[in-house]
Design a protein around this ligand. Structure first.
Ligand code: AMP
Ligand code: DBH
Length: 560
């Protein structure tokens, strides 16, 4: 297994194979097999292109061969920061076939995150788009290179603009000729890619997913969601996110021979037009996007759309309020499926035969009979059924450790290998989970996860900041927004200066605090060394704005 990763103990691995979960298929072979079966069917629609399964398969082979000529091979890490364009699939499957590992970055990430990912993974290459959503990713790549001295190769999906040091992806593919010929097949039990965690502490953690474990979750998800060759799935969220990748996401759709339609952004205008034009049957969104769609159809700008083709709206990533959940069938005329998942593994779905009340009020139940879950109190003791506690889980597609993070792993996982999700849940008598809150230091801003101390560390780098505590504030639209409480130093800094400073440091826009409050001092939390967490709780209690007080900076969900 890739160095720096924690394998499943052999007795678990054996059990998962015996029960048919881990089949020994690699992601590269998975596409090959689907291309054989679904040859001329449309696999991907997006950015003005339509690729059949055969075309995607051939492109992946050629790109793999071209990447091999650059010297990229088994075990190499490649940071992939691509928006929803078909190239993202071509590159990912090319890398899988080489046994090289995509490291998935979000389109919203900026210099701070991409530099970190390139350095931390010692990436051989970075793959970016030219521009998307008005942002030039080639500039970002140049800044990352200036800051980190790497990576050696920067590949651009689209136009390099004639800039030195950038290689068009198209050229890589052309140089690949007819494909790689015979290459050594990667070990299906090994890590296929690194997925990003929202993280709870400091810098984002990387999640190593194996071919075996991930494909199990994909196949099982496609089955639960009853996907087939008639499925047309709209990828409204960035496909590099775990939800639209595997729950059941584009991989689930490929597994079943359906079609993936790529939306450039999640707005109702873009997505609902695509639903109508492409006869979309399934799609997946985060709660604030669902609410925008509901409002747009309910007497809003999209009221004229014929959405009769839409069968299922999946909502996940953050808690979907029951009041909004009830509107889905009424307004959109389709079924709701709640999805409570995590890139670390465990995914829960409401099922199509669940009673309406269960679909509206719970976040579903696990994929697998071998997903072991327990709900515990703060001492780690299991609570009685129905009581509130922290969710812990282990199973055939839940990781046993983050990539190269031994210290963090000793806290994030129990001695017997359960992942401490940090989610406060209740288990219903039917085995469904209701997410009630969080025990972890994370802010969930409409499905986008923020580790408070990552933002605090950037604020503390400003000379006008003596101390900083970033906390969540409740918000009717995003669920939570961020508020930074700052104790100034010397002459301090104005709010706009601080926000500008964070942007200059290359922090993704969704991590920039929605509100900044200056305070003379933080409340005392006791004697001795105070944990950041205690401090945040004390700050929240002493200063938190009234929940009725609206946030000052309205912003649409920054999914791009
Ligand atoms: P990550 O570990 O960054 O992939 O984020 C996963 C986390 O998102 C979970 O542990 C939950 O905190 C949150 N989450 C995902 N889906 C839901 C949902 N349907 N309801 C509530 N929280 C969710
Ligand atoms: O929030 C998530 O990370 C998430 C939500 C729904 C996820 O990873 C998933 C489904 O697979």
């Amino acid at each position: 297994m890739l160095a720096g990763c924690t394998p499943w103990p052999p007795e678990f691995a054996d059990r998962y194979r015996e029960r048919g979960y881990w089949t020994g298929e690699t992601l590269g072979a998975f596409l090959r097999e689907r291309a054989r079966r679904y040859a001329d069917r449309t696999a991907v629609v997006g950015a003005g292109r339509r690729w059949s399964y055969t075309e995607l398969d051939v492109r992946a082979d050629r790109t793999a061969a071209g990447l091999a000529r650059l010297g990229i091979g088994a075990g190499d890490r490649v940071v992939v920061q691509l928006p929803n364009i078909p190239d993202v699939f071509e590159v990912a499957f090319a890398l899988f076939r080489l046994g090289a590992l995509p490291v998935y970055a979000l389109p919203a990430h900026r210099r701070a995150e991409i530099s970190y990912l390139c350095s931390f993974t010692d990436a051989a290459a970075l793959v970016v788009a030219d521009t998307h959503g008005g942002f030039d990713y080639r500039d970002l790549a140049a800044q990352v290179r200036a800051e980190t001295g790497g990576p050696e190769h920067v590949l651009v999906a689209g136009d390099t603009g004639g800039r030195p040091g950038l290689t068009p992806l198209e050229q890589i593919r052309e140089q690949g000729g007819a494909g790689p010929g015979a290459t050594a097949e990667p070990d299906p039990a090994d890590v296929a890619f690194l997925q990003l965690s929202g993280g709870t502490t400091g810098l984002p953690k990387l999640i190593p997913r194996t071919h075996d474990d991930y494909l199990y979750s994909v196949r099982a998800s496609a089955e639960i969601c009853a996907l087939d060759t008639a499925t047309v799935y709209l990828a409204a969220l960035p496909v590099v996110h775990n939800f639209p990748m595997s729950s059941p996401g584009f991989l689930g759709v490929f597994s079943a021979g359906g079609t993936v339609v790529l939306a450039p952004d999640p707005s109702p205008a873009t997505c609902l037009a695509l639903v109508e034009q492409e006869s979309v049957t399934h799609t997946a969104v985060v709660p604030p996007v669902a609410m925008l769609w509901l409002d747009a159809v309910d007497g809003g700008s999209q009221a004229h759309r014929d959405l009769s083709c839409l069968r299922v709206l999946q909502v996940g990533g953050a808690k979907f309020a029951p009041e909004a959940a009830r509107r889905v069938r009424l307004t959109l005329g389709c079924a709701l499926q709640q999805v409570f998942g995590m890139a670390e593994g465990l995914v829960n779905y409401t099922r199509d035969d669940d009673p309406e009340e269960t679909v509206v009020t719970t976040q579903g139940r696990p994929i697998s009979d071998d997903d072991e879950i327990r709900v515990v109190d703060s001492d780690g003791t299991e609570v009685p059924e129905g009581a509130l506690g922290e969710l812990q889980t282990r199973g055939p597609y839940t990781i046993r450790g983050y990539y190269r993070a031994p210290e963090h792993n000793s806290e994030a996982f129990t001695a017997d290998g359960y992942y401490r999700t940090g989610d406060l849940v209740r288990l219903t008598p039917t085995g469904h989970l209701v997410v009630e809150g969080r025990a972890k230091d994370q802010i969930n801003r409409g499905g986008e996860k923020i580790a408070p101390d990552e933002v605090e560390d950037h604020l503390l780098a400003h000379p006008g900041v003596h101390d900083a505590a970033v906390v969540a504030m409740p918000d009717g639209f995003l669920g939570e927004r961020t508020c930074a409480y700052v104790v100034p130093r010397g002459t301090g800094a104005a709010r706009a200066q601080l926000l500008g400073f964070l942007r200059e440091r290359g922090l993704a826009a969704y991590k920039i605090p929605d509100r900044v409050e200056f305070v003379a001092a933080f409340p005392a939390t006791g004697v001795g060394k105070v944990s950041r967490r205690e401090l945040r709780e004390a700050v929240r209690a002493a200063h938190a704005p009234d929940a009725a007080d609206p946030p000052t900076v309205p912003a649409p969900p920054s999914q791009q």
